[in-house]
Ligand binder design. Structure first.
Ligand SMILES: CC(C)(COP(=O)(O)OP(=O)(O)OC[C@H]1O[C@@H](n2cnc3c(N)ncnc32)[C@H](O)[C@@H]1OP(=O)(O)O)[C@@H](O)C(=O)NCCC(=O)NCCS
Length: 180
């Protein structure tokens, strides 16, 4: 059984392992995503961070194994916007809905919060379009990322039109990781 819940400090070691191993086996290769997670927390830029637990083999009602993680962090620009990154699921559990559950729950929490205008993500459009992200929605924004993998999705009605900046700048941890 799958459980999605907010991350806790006691999860941090497991999260580091999930993120590092998921990206090591991915088409993108590992490029510091678990350091990115740590740095975003340290900088106070995390808005929503969730873990997925697998309780399949859990007969004693103990907490299950952390098999997935997603983080949403506040942008420097535009204000009241977030980026989804990184999201990671252990290879043994990929393709069984953990990633989708994490992303849907995170987006639902952000929508309920009511203060967020939009979310941005860099990744495979074939994957992220199922959550409402699109390249077209992000087209008018300036970014350092390739346009064909740069997507946006509103978190409140008319959110993208209400953005006061047309340039998108992720939290500063992203630049630190890119330089290392
Ligand atoms: C991307 C990731 C988080 C998806 O989690 P998941 O639990 O495997 O995904 P789900 O089970 O919810 O969804 C599976 C679907 O996503 C698709 N998918 C997964 N990764 C994809 C990718 N990189 N590009 C396109 N589609 C992808 C699968 O083909 C599958 O499609 P289907 O539903 O049409 O069969 C996971 O595969 C992962 O950790 N990958 C390594 C790290 C990574 O690449 N993170 C994202 C960086 S952009």
């Amino acid at each position: 059984m799958m459980l999605i819940r907010p991350e806790q400090p006691s999860d941090f070691t497991a999260i580091r392992a999930v993120v590092a191993t998921a990206f090591a086996g991915s088409q993108y290769g590992y490029s510091g995503e678990s350091e990115l997670v740590d740095q975003l927390r340290q900088d106070g830029d995390v808005v929503v961070a969730l873990v997925a637990e697998d309780n399949e083999n859990n007969e004693n009602n103990e907490s299950g194994e952390v098999v997935g993680h997603v983080m949403f962090s506040r942008l420097q620009q535009p204000l009241q916007c977030v980026t989804l990154a990184p999201v990671a699921v252990l290879r043994s559990h990929q393709g069984t809905g953990f990633g989708s559950a994490l992303i849907k729950q995170g987006l639902a929490e952000l929508e309920q919060d009511g203060q967020w205008l939009a979310a941005f993500v860099v990744g495979a459009p074939q994957y992220y379009q199922r959550f409402g992200f699109s390249v077209d929605a992000a087209a008018r924004f300036e970014t350092e990322y390739p346009k064909e993998v740069f997507m946006a999705r509103e978190l409140s009605p008319g959110g993208l039109d209400r953005c006061t900046s047309s340039s998108v700048v992720f939290a500063k941890a992203f630049a630190c990781i890119a330089e290392s």
